[in-house]
Design a protein around this ligand. Structure first.
Ligand SMILES: Nc1ncnc2c1ncn2[C@@H]1O[C@H](COP(=O)(O)OP(=O)(O)OP(=O)(O)O)[C@@H](O)[C@H]1O
Ligand SMILES: [Mg+2]
Length: 232
């Protein structure tokens, strides 16, 4: 079974917008996948299903063989520890420095406190933000805020990294650096899923591309991915 599997998943918002319809999807461990499609096609909704921000009305979603649509509310934090999520608007705490924003994400999970500074330095090094560790968010650029939010998302070593439009509002070079950082993290074994409508970047990085239109998958191309094994 694939690491992530959507089976006949449909989701509607309370206003009856059918945001996703009959989604079937397999993503293997270690893949890098772009989710593309125009505004309103369902990209963010799809990602929200993965971290249980949305619960589908129909279908099953498996992560590591567990149907995450079945897990009780109190277990959602355990699911989220397997995931790292990067938001377009960063969601950094403005009264904490770059380093504190990143370490805070580990402190709240009960990680051994004495091990935290070393780990913070390591992930800030990965995203190239170590020299700006003591700056406040207002003292860094938009691209640097996004790099900080990537560091925060990987601090707990998640199996899956989810990014929703991580390059919105960034200039082309910075945007490329952001995807480059995600590509590097992917090369170290993390499965990466990126929702974007930045066609130029999608072309440049030559990864698997899943395209959505009006809540449906209309194409799935690029990097070879295994066809699920048939079980009889
Ligand atoms: N909270 C909500 N309540 C009601 N409808 C919503 C909500 N969020 C999104 N929608 C609707 O669901 C559909 C899918 O939205 P979604 O946010 O997943 O699109 P998207 O592909 O991420 O778009 P964008 O590229 O603009 O971020 C759209 O029709 C949108 O209007
Ligand atoms: Mg969106």
């Amino acid at each position: 079974m694939s690491m992530i599997e959507f089976s006949e998943v449909s989701f509607s918002y309370p206003n009856e917008t059918k945001a996703l319809q009959d989604i079937n999807l397999f993503i293997d461990k270690g893949e890098f996948v772009f989710i593309t499609g125009s505004t309103g096609s369902g990209k963010s909704t799809l990602l929200k299903l993965l971290y249980r921000e949305n619960l589908p009305q129909k279908g099953e979603i498996y992560i590591n063989n567990h149907d995450i649509t079945e897990i009780p509310r109190y277990k959602i934090p355990f699911l989220r520890r397997k995931l790292g999520v990067i938001f377009q608007d960063f969601k950094l705490l403005d009264y904490k420095s770059v380093g504190e924003n990143v370490s805070f994400a580990l402190e709240v999970t009960g990680h051994p406190l004495d091990k935290i500074p070393e780990r913070v330095d390591m992930v800030l090094e990965v995203v190239g933000m170590k020299d700006k560790k003591d700056r406040l968010p207002e003292e860094i650029s938009g691209g640097e805020k996004q790099l900080t939010s990537i560091a925060r998302a990987i601090i707990h070593n998640p199996q899956i990294l989810i990014a929703d439009e991580p390059t919105g509002n960034l200039d082309p070079t910075t945007a490329e650096n952001i995807i480059g950082a995600l590509d590097y993290i992917n090369s170290r074994g993390t499965t990466v899923i990126v929702a974007t409508h930045n066609e130029t970047l999608v072309k440049k990085f030559m990864k698997r591309v899943i395209a959505l239109e009006e809540g449906k998958i209309v194409s799935d191309k690029g990097q070879a991915h295994k066809i699920p094994e048939l079980v009889d």
